[in-house]
Design a binder for this molecule. Structure first.
Ligand SMILES: [Zn+2]
Length: 254
């Protein structure tokens, strides 16, 4: 008996399938898995090449993510939702982010404001891409201890992203300018040290034991602190950056 099925190609895997004409649509797949694979590819497939060609922007973005970013899995779709919090006092940092994201062809969206002084911007990236850069995880950084791949950590713009989120540069209670950075995730503290040292920027790194809370008697998290103390080193760092770091002109201006 002759079958009245016709041959169509699965857009996901390229296999030839036999389907009844009434079941043939514009896009045909042999399984839901193939359909999801195709959707991810058409939505995010362009990012691999663009990320590869714009390593300075990727390093800056990943620095921001390691500082003030939050990653969480939304579903089983092999993508991760990333949200970065910005202090609205630093409008310029939002501008830099938008410039970087546009260059990387990331489809971002400004999230509704939750706190008065914080503006979150969100976007979705495929897990496979995050894995390539060593930052595929979900939830608290403290538990995951993420560390991007060396190609990113050794790029000086990674330091700029971190300083522009968890760090600062200025005269904070001092007569001379310093760069400071504080984090409770050791893998992130160490990645910043690696970044600065491999770009010949002198820095000091301190590890402080957590304080004991007098009321709860609980010990706080260990703090990883970094300082760039010499103005000449700060200038050297700035001269290498593609995207500027936030700076405070006066004392006590956080
Ligand atoms: Zn298929």
């Amino acid at each position: 008996m002759k079958s009245n099925k016709i041959e169509v190609t699965c857009l996901g895997c390229g296999k030839v399938l036999l389907k009844y004409p009434s079941k043939v649509g514009k896009n045909n797949f042999c399984s839901l898995k193939c359909r999801d694979k195709y959707k991810i590819k058409s939505k995010y497939g362009h990012l691999y090449e663009i990320f590869n060609e714009n390593i300075n922007e990727v390093a800056y973005l990943i620095g921001l993510i390691m500082g003030d970013g939050n990653l969480r899995k939304l579903d089983q779709k092999k993508t991760t939702r990333i949200s970065i919090g910005f202090d609205i006092k630093h409008e310029n940092l939002i501008k830099i982010f938008k410039k970087v994201a546009t260059r990387l062809k990331i489809n971002y969206f400004v999230e509704p404001k939750i706190h008065n002084n914080c503006q979150a911007i969100g976007f979705v990236l495929p897990d496979k891409l995050l894995k390539m850069y060593g930052i595929l995880y979900s939830g608290a950084k403290y538990n995951n201890q993420p560390k991007p791949v060396d190609k990113i950590v050794n790029n000086i713009n990674y330091a700029a992203g971190l300083i522009n989120s968890d760090g600062w540069c200025g005269y904070r209670l001092k007569k001379y300018k310093t760069i400071g950075f504080i984090n409770t995730v050791s893998s992130i503290g160490e990645s910043l040290v690696q970044c600065l040292r491999c770009n010949n920027i002198e820095c000091s790194y301190y590890i402080y034991d957590g304080y004991i809370d007098k009321r709860t008697k609980k010990k706080g998290k260990t703090q990883y602190q970094l300082r760039v103390l010499k103005e000449a080193e700060i200038d050297k760092l700035k001269s290498q950056l593609k995207y500027n770091i936030k700076e405070f002109k006066s004392e006590w201006h956080l």
